[in-house]
Design a protein around this ligand. Structure first.
Ligand code: 3H9
Length: 708
């Protein structure tokens, strides 16, 4: 008889099998915890039951608490009746049988069970920190008792998913069940084996592993220091450490209370709300309003990249990382050799740093096959063009692809700004052409901007979105047009940072403001890292095409002095040989002053707040134009792009979400309208922004003015 429709209890030959059935990922939505509690109690009162199995139906064990209920007026849990407490009190042993994911509250239930078995493909973890909270169902108290505080902190503070085999080595999983075997049957057999074993093992009763904190009491502060850089501005990672520390200093039940207090403190923090928003925005971005969900995808088994430059190499590495064989095409042997040498050097750096094993490097290198002629790639299912960003070069490549590629092959371009239709129209099959824009470094950055050409077929686009996901990226759709969505919305930020330096701000001041805001590095240091010559070239090109183009005299001066960024030891900052740390350069400050005096540009002081707003509001205004033109489906897609393409601090939700938190469209419009008066046309407020301000519509609820 089912306990409710989300949790079933079945008696199988003396074993009570408790099955959670809450698709798609068995989150602990209302009804599930209650069902588990009733089932465990039923197993305990039924004399025919000797042991129990806790298992998930469908594709997963339990992916955790239902995040949608966070921040709502949930009834508080009844102390003593929470599932992990009822499991603790169970007189009969419970075996958690894990496949798919056991995350957050799901993994905490497995920890409160007496035994854990799993298939090797299962993943376990406590990812709460990634949504701004901490494990709140005993995870911070039980895990350190099972594997020691150090290993527990590593998992809890990173939130990483641990593969079952590693979890087995760590002592979290008692037994691995061969992949493909029937997990339910294996769990029932396991339960029979341990049914009469007494005492029933309970993690809460074991303190031995906590001794590590006595011999090394500095380990918590060491962890705090270790995360200081990346956890800047956030509370959850520190609460995670404090909770593990509590596990080592307080009796179990007191530790549980402390954990709960900290959980309650964080659930509605600004950081947790922003991170939850980012979590759902990254799922929403996959929904394409104009392409049916069940559009059949074109099969992709073989892929080719044209162009072994920095981007082409990085794209190949992205494919290889996820086990896809890829052909890398360069017609010049020398360029091909150079490209491969760069890939190898990148991998070797990772091996030296310890983030990649030698064996994994070799596995990936073996997947990248260098080829020298278009004929070698003609049978590939997909080709991504990543050649030089010049229109005639791109047209030439697409003509060749059109000649050689098999019918139905997908022809994607990694252009970062050239009109997709130019490439599409160079072929007789524009329906097969779309943009797939990677962000540098292509093997690291997660954003995969899919660009819709005028004639791109729905399955060309849907397959591109899926391909991005398969190579570990976050795919986001953009309309065609200058700079598409991500770069276009970022361009005004780049303009303002240069203009502020002309007006008296120094690169180090601008960078400090943005680092304090949460960026891992400031925008000028980022520009130094990428190389300043790229921006210089594109400014010269634009100036040649557009007589009204606003020149950047200081940025140009820096490049013309031969300061191209890190690679020349100086750019906006100075660099010591072999060191990537940017050092402010008083000499550059003097030269900037000289130049601005010569140009007669009035100098003034900037507040940090003004710098932040100038950079971000300029981009919000452009994002509004993008939405007005229907080039993006939703404001949250732009947020996803900023988070994954430009390292916008995740705990601030994204560009548009952040703008909502500091006063929303009304405040942004007020400020932009004032700057319009002060600085002229480039600050002309988008009519879309004005409408949002007038109708009091938050950015995150804004609907584009027309379909994409
Ligand atoms: C927690 O447990 C707190 C406890 O310590 C204490 C409590 C007191 N809730 O990602 P996908 C939805 S905090 C609600 O596309 P995948 C998701 O929105 C929680 N919904 O699949 C999507 O819906 P839709 C700790 C959830 O295979 C659908 O499921 N746990 C939840 O690429 C499919 O998801 C986590 O933080 C949830 N917990 O990845 C895990 N999880 O179809 C969060 C998923 O309408 N989840 N959904 O767009 C994940 O990391 C991934 O979803 C997972 C699957 C890896 C599980």
């Amino acid at each position: 008889m089912p306990e409710n429709n989300l949790v079933r209890f079945e008696s199988v030959d003396g074993i009570g099998v408790i099955t959670i059935d809450n698709p798609p990922v068995n989150a602990l939505s209302p009804g599930v915890p209650e069902g588990i509690v009733e089932s465990v109690e039923r197993g305990n009162t039924d004399p025919a039951i000797r042991a129990m199995v806790l298992i998930g139906a469908g594709r997963s064990f339990i992916a955790g608490a239902d995040i949608r209920t966070f921040g709502t007026n949930r009834p508080p849990p009844v102390e003593g009746r929470r599932p992990h407490q009822v499991l603790d009190a169970s007189q009969k042993p419970v075996v958690a049988a894990i496949h798919g994911y056991a995350l957050g509250g799901g993994f905490e239930l497995a920890l409160a069970s007496n035994y854990r078995i799993a298939v090797p493909s299962a993943k376990i973890g406590l990812p709460e920190v990634l949504i701004g909270i901490l494990p709140g169902s005993g995870g911070t108290q039980r895990l350190p008792r099972l594997i020691g505080p150090k290993a527990a902190m590593d998992m809890i503070v990173s939130g990483r998913h641990v593969p079952a085999e590693e979890a087995h080595r760590l002592g979290i999983i008692d037994e691995l069940v061969p992949e493909g075997a029937d997990l339910r049957e294996a769990a029932i057999a396991f339960a029979h084996r341990i049914a009469d074993k007494r005492p029933v093992p309970r993690i809460r009763e074991h303190d031995e592993k906590l001794a590590e904190a006595k011999t090394d009491p500095g380990l918590f502060d060491a962890m705090r220091r270790q995360i200081a850089r990346r956890a800047r501005g956030q509370r959850a990672p520190y609460h995670c450490i404090a909770a593990v520390e509590a596990a080592c200093t307080m009796p179990f039940d007191e530790g549980i209370r402390r954990e709960r207090e900290m959980f309650d403190e964080l659930e509605n923090s600004a950081e947790a709300r922003a991170l939850r928003y980012a979590f759902f925005a990254e799922r929403e971005v996959a929904r394409l309003p104009d392409i049916p969900r069940d559009t059949p995808l074109r099969p992709i088994k073989t892929a080719a990249i044209v162009g072994a430059g920095t981007m082409g190499g990085g794209i190949s590495m992205s494919f290889a990382e996820f086990g896809f064989p890829v052909k890398l095409l360069e017609v010049s042997q020398e360029a091909l050799d150079r490209g491969l040498a760069r890939i190898r050097a990148n991998y070797q750096t990772s091996v030296r740093r310890g983030s990649l094993t030698e064996a994994e490097m070799n596995r990936r290198l073996a997947l990248i096959e260098p080829v020298g002629s278009y004929d070698d790639i003609k049978d590939c299912d997909v080709v991504i063009e990543a050649v030089f960003e010049r229109i005639p070069v791109k047209e030439e490549v697409f003509k060749k692809l059109d000649d050689v590629m098999k019918p139905g092959a997908l022809l994607y371009t990694n252009t970062s700004g050239i009109d997709i239709d130019i490439m599409a129209n160079a072929t007789k099959r524009p329906q097969d052409v779309a943009g797939t824009h990677f962000f540098a470094p292509a093997n690291v950055m997660k954003l995969f901007e899919v660009v819709k050409g005028a004639k791109s077929a729905p399955d060309t686009l849907a397959t591109a979105m899926d391909l991005g996901r398969k190579i570990g990226k976050i795919s986001a759709m953009a309309g065609n047009g200058d700079g598409f969505v991500a770069n276009r919305s970022r361009t005004p930020f780049g303009t303002e940072m240069n203009i502020m330096v002309e007006e008296g701000a120094l690169p180090e001041q601008v960078d400090k403001v943005m680092v304090d805001f949460g960026y891992p590095i400031g925008p000028f240091a980022t520009a130094d890292l990428s190389g300043l010559d790229i921006g210089y070239d594109s400014r010269q090109r634009r100036a040649a095409q557009d007589p009204n183009y606003r020149k950047m005299p200081i940025a140009d001066m820096v490049v013309e002095m031969g300061r191209l960024g890190q690679k020349t030891g100086a750019g906006w900052f100075k660099y010591e040989p072999g060191d990537r740390t940017p050092h402010p350069d008083p000499e550059l400050a003097r030269l900037i002053k000289e130049k601005t005096t010569e140009l007669g540009i009035a100098q003034r002081e900037f507040t940090d707040e003004e710098i932040l707003r100038r950079l971000l509001f300029a981009s919000v205004n452009e994002a509004c134009r993008i939405l007005d033109e229907g080039k993006a489906y939703r404001a949250s897609d732009i947020d996803v792009m900023w988070l994954n393409g430009f390292n916008f601090p995740r705990y601030r939700g994204g560009l548009m979400y952040w703008a909502d938190t500091i006063g929303g469209p009304a405040e942004v419009y007020r400020q932009i309208a004032a700057w319009h008066q002060q600085y002229g046309e480039r600050w002309s407020p988008s009519p879309f922004l004005r409408r949002l301000a007038e109708t009091n519509t938050p950015f995150r609820e804004a609907k584009p003015s027309r379909p994409m």
